[in-house]
Structure formats: C-alpha cells, structure tokens
Design a protein around this ligand. Structure first.
Ligand SMILES: [Zn+2]
Length: 367
C-alpha cells in the first residue's frame, strides 16, 4: 500500500518537474531569442559596426525613430558628420525623407534656428541661408520673393529683401527708430515726424560752406577734420546743403513735383519726412566752384570717394545701387554714420540699407 502511494507521489512530482522545465525552457527561449531593441538594428540590416555607431551617437533609448525608418545608409553618414546633434535625430530623419539634399545640407537646415519642414528646402534655399547677410527671421520673405523672381541670384535676393524691396516705396512706411542715434535710417521705408528736429544743431561757418545753415554737432566736427586734411592736399570742400527742416523739404519737394511731376520728382527728391537731411547727419558737399552736375569730374569728388570714410562719412546714394536706395546716383550726398560703420561699408561696398538691416535692426554678428 505504502510503496504504491509513494510511487504515485514520485510520478506526480516527475510530471511537475517536467512541466516546470518546459516552462523554464519556453521562458529562456523567449528571453534569449526575442530580439532586443538594439538587435533590431541588426535585423534591419545595419552591420555590427554601424549599430555601434548608432548606439554611441544617440544611445539605445533614442533609436525608435531609426527603427521606424528602416535601414538607411544615410543615417550612418549623418552621424559621422561633425555638426550632428543627437537631439535633432527625428528632424534629420524627417528631412532626409522630405528633401533631396546632400547630408551636410540636411544637417545644416535642421541645425538652423528656424527649421520648419514646410519650407521648400532645396539647393537654392540652402545657398540663400549660407549667404553673407542672411537674416534667419526673414526666411519667409526670401522664399516669397524668390517665388516671384525666379532668376535672381541668392546674394541678390538677400540684398533686395534686406533692403525691403519686397515692399513698395512709401507704402506703410514706419517711423524710424530714433534710439539708434547716429545709426538711424531715413529712406523710403523709414521716416521722421513732421516736428522732428535734431537736438544738437550748430551753425556752419562760412569757411566750410554756405553760411547760416545748420548741421548736427558731431557731424560738423568730423566734417571740419576732413575739410582740414583735404585742404592740406589741395582739396577744397564746400557744404551746400546740410540740415533741412520738414517744412523746407516740403517746399522743395512740392516745387519739384510742380515742375517735373511726382514720379520724376521721387527719383531725385525725398518727400517731406523722408529726407535724410532732416536728421542733421547728411551733407551735400561740392567744391566751391563746382555744380552738382559737374562735381563728378572734380578732384574733390575723387578725394571724398577715397577718404570720407576715415571721418565717418559714407557716399549715401552710390552709382549702381539706385534700385536699393531708391535715389539716383548723388556724387555729393554724404551721411555721417561714425568711423566703424563707414569703414565697414567702404570695405564691403554695400549700401546703408543693407548695413542697417543686418547689423543695426536685426543685430546679427559680423562675419
Ligand atoms: Zn543731399
């Protein structure tokens, strides 16, 4: 009886053991053979070496987007780039599938501060973004301008949009930012109030120009320095028109309009409030014997072109830049901006419109 009972017990125990071991084996199979996340990379087709690169660059916890994307050699190329940043992994992958661009450019656009997958990134837009004077917050405007002006070079596009040429002259102009001081801009997009008068106007002595007229004090000081240095070289400068009040400009402009019509007058005369002469920082300079028409033939004109920047002055409406400044070439019109700015503008031959947009208004860093 007893041994029969024992045998039964042993049999039961054996069955239990068998069952247990089957469970353990199944568990082990599941545990060892179901691929872990990182081994899924191998299953997708990445080599061991590539898998290691991925794990090194982004860590196992961030490989979801790679697993979703499937095998792509470009992922490895992305990660080999110096500028690769792991927090942008998802966007790189997104950009890879959206845009036909080299890997370096994919990284460049995603790393740029306003990456947006809805922008039409292509090699042209990348060249715009890599141009000097590119302002990231203007990207929408660059894209829009390009869509309406297809044959334009990227550098030219930047020049035009930065100078506001995507808007018409005199339409929705804004009050200029007076807090910019010597760097304030007045043109066909930025105006001065009717009652704006510079605070520190001084009267010009007859030695330096037409007597009785006024100019901003620092501008005058710098002009005198320039005048004296020029004189030593046999160059004779003469101010014919410095500060002009709003009322005076209004008079001038209305006379021109009466004579030539508004459209013609707008090419050479500023509307009241839009004249740089109202800032007190602009000077029309000739030689004592020349006229505006023949000033370009004088040695004074050539001397100023070469030297005015040393005293903080720029030729404000240069030849070839009429479409940017909105004014015909004026060989005599100089504007005080300070030596640092005038030196930069002289070296890079850009207009004040371009300088202002990039360095003053949007405060980008010098390249
Ligand atoms: Zn002028």
């Amino acid at each position: 009886m007893r041994s029969k009972k024992n045998r039964k017990k042993i049999k039961k125990f054996r069955i239990f053991l068998l069952f247990l071991s089957i469970v353990i084996v199944i568990f082990l199979i599941v545990f060892f053979f179901s691929p872990k996340e990182k081994d899924k990379l191998l299953q997708l087709g990445y080599t061991k070496e590539e898998k290691n690169i991925i794990l090194n660059k982004v860590g196992e916890e961030n490989i979801d987007s790679i697993l979703k994307y499937g095998y792509n050699k470009n992922i490895i190329l992305l990660m080999k780039e110096k500028a690769f940043q792991k927090e942008h992994l998802k966007q790189y992958i997104e950009a890879l599938s959206l845009f036909q661009l080299p890997i370096k450019d994919i990284i460049f656009i995603v790393n740029s501060e306003n990456y947006n997958k809805r922008y039409p990134y292509d090699s042209y837009l990348v060249s715009v973004m890599k141009s000097d004077y590119y302002i990231p917050s203007y990207l929408d405007r660059y894209i829009k301008y390009y869509q309406n002006n297809k044959n334009i070079k990227s550098e030219e596009l930047i020049t035009r949009v930065n100078s506001n040429l995507d808007y018409p002259f005199y339409t929705d102009s804004q009050k200029t930012d007076l807090s910019k001081g010597y760097l304030m801009i007045v043109n066909k997009y930025y105006h001065l109030d009717r009652d704006y008068v510079p605070q520190n106007l001084v009267t010009i002595s007859s030695e330096y120009g037409r007597a009785g007229q006024q100019v901003e004090e620092k501008t005058y000081k710098q002009y005198i320095k320039m005048y004296q240095d020029a004189k030593k070289e046999g160059i004779h400068l003469y101010i014919i028109s410095p500060y002009r009040s709003y009322a005076r400009q209004n008079n001038l402009y209305q006379n021109y309009v009466a004579r030539d019509g508004k459209q013609e007058a707008d090419t050479y005369s500023a509307r009241p409030g839009f004249s740089e002469h109202q800032t007190g920082l602009a000077l029309d300079i000739l030689s004592p014997t020349s006229t505006m028409d023949n000033f370009i033939t004088t040695k004074e004109y050539h001397w100023l072109l070469k030297n005015a920047y040393k005293y903080g002055f720029i030729l404000r409406y240069p030849k070839g830049k009429e479409y940017i400044t909105g004014y015909m070439f004026e060989s005599w019109h100089y504007r005080y901006v300070g030596e640092e700015v005038s030196t930069y503008i002289q070296k890079h031959q850009i207009t004040y419109e371009e300088y202002y947009a990039y360095f003053v208004k949007e405060k980008q860093n010098k390249k």
